[in-house]
Design a protein around this ligand. Structure first.
Ligand code: GCO
Ligand code: MG
Length: 420
């Protein structure tokens, strides 16, 4: 890429190898291609339209080297800033431009971000079971794959399907390579409308401490155990749960409240020392500001795609570093391997990066998105290919057309809608 290179094409690739992914492809006059993930689970086409209809026409003719200027141009230039659709779109452009800069210079992106500050990236994966014995089996299966950190979720007695519990228990996996993790788990059921799950907070609060204590007793003191409450509790309930879990020694307790109102975490914090992780649904540093500067959380969970790309995730990390909050980015199977690559380049080069979530992907997803990143013995590494280290097989991608898919919604026993 010379000083005169320009963006000549901006395309949106939508593919559904088992689940929907939206991918941005930016091509330059000199033939460089950059990839960005633009997947927003259950709202995929909104981002595709934002990119196709409102962003692509603005990018053609621009200098691909001007990553920060393009970020500012799209963020401030839209006037209507923030929000998941906008920030996922900005994030996809940002990823693609970092990819191009890496390819232009022959460097992996982490080198452009200042170089490695660690040799490898600790990762956690998911284990779940309809009941506690099945959960314990699932944890064992993930430990056998080398994982040193596992998120534990189980069914709740008296309730049907609940968040985070795969129907079929521990998933496929050879034990070698990146397919070892539970793949395919996760919501976004295909169909014309969301599934409905019934939720009962009291039943959950009776069960969760017992379930996590059983997990700790089963695995011993060393394995890092995590748990995701998925935005379901009031501050008072969250404080009670945190206290009840202190002896379990969790690595983190995630999304205890919806946290749109960051201030409510003050109450939780006053009553428990359980480490708190929040932020996967946040899109900018502004939504994390109070949580970080008042040290109301221990880990910030913002995602490299949904929070405006590498450029913005680094700003969140920098603010967090001052307040000794660490990064533990969102990494479900509903962000593509392109996003995973970007998150790992940030992880390798960011001092206060703690852990990367990694659910894994179905084998066909690894074929559509070929990647230089790899998993070994509980750790991930972004690899040393120039840029993000991604090649998208567009012909294969074209064989999997988009299918409508929705995240479930939750209703309480009385029929009213609850947070899912
Ligand atoms: C996590 C998340 C996911 C989300 C999903 C929604 O911690 O991995 O909570 O499981 O529910 O990404 O699309
Ligand atoms: Mg979560």
């Amino acid at each position: 890429m010379s000083a005169t290179d320009t963006i000549v094409a901006v395309d949106v690739v939508i593919t559904s190898p088992g689940r929907n992914f939206v991918t941005l492809k930016i091509t330059t006059a000199e033939g460089l291609v950059g990839w960005g993930d633009a997947t927003l689970n259950g709202r995929e086409l909104a981002v595709a339209s934002y990119l196709r209809d409102h962003v692509a026409p603005l990018l053609v003719g621009r200098d691909p080297a001007r990553i920060e200027d393009t970020w500012q141009y799209l963020y401030r230039g839209a006037y209507w800033r923030r929000g998941p659709v906008t920030m996922t779109s900005v994030g996809a452009v940002d990823l693609a431009l970092w990819d191009i800069k890496g390819k232009a210079t022959g460097q992996p992106v982490y080198q452009l971000l200042g170089g490695a500050v660690r040799d490898r990236i600790l990762t956690y994966t998911h284990a779940s079971g309809r009941d506690v014995p099945r959960l314990l089996d699932a944890i064992d299966a993930q430990r056998a794959r080398g994982f040193l950190a596992v998120r534990a979720q189980s069914g709740v007695p008296g309730l049907g399907t609940v968040y985070g519990v795969s129907e079929s228990g521990p998933g496929p996996g050879s034990g070698a390579g990146p397919d070892h993790a539970r793949a395919g788990q996760g919501p976004a059921g295909r169909g014309a409308a969301p599934d409905v799950e019934i939720w009962d907070t009291d039943a959950y609060l009776r069960h969760a401490p017992e379930m996590l204590a059983a997990a700790r007793a089963h695995v011993g003191p060393e394995l890092k155990l995590l748990h995701d409450v998925h935005h379901r509790l009031t501050p008072g309930e969250a404080a009670r749960l945190g206290r009840a879990l202190e002896a379990v020694n969790l690595f983190w307790l995630e999304d205890v409240t919806p946290a749109e109102n960051q201030e409510v975490l003050r109450h939780v914090r006053r009553h428990t020392t359980v480490p708190l992780a929040i932020g996967e649904v946040f899109n900018t540093v502004w939504e994390c500001q109070t949580l970080i500067t008042e040290q109301l959380i221990d880990f910030v969970r913002t995602c490299v795609t949904h929070a405006g790309g590498i450029s913005h995730l680094r700003r969140i990390a920098a603010l967090a570093e001052i307040w000794q909050v660490r990064l533990g980015p969102h990494g479900p199977s509903d962000i593509s391997p392109v996003a995973m690559a970007a998150s790992l380049h940030v992880g390798l080069s960011t001092p206060n990066f703690a852990i990367q979530e990694y659910m894994g992907y179905e084998p066909v997803v690894h074929e559509v998105f070929r990647h230089a990143w790899s998993y070994e013995d509980g750790y991930l590494h972004p690899g040393d290919e120039p840029g993000l280290g991604i090649e998208v097989d567009e012909a294969l991608a074209a064989r999997f057309p988009y299918e409508p898919a929705y995240l479930p919604i939750a209703r309480r026993q009385d029929g009213s809608v609850s947070d899912w």
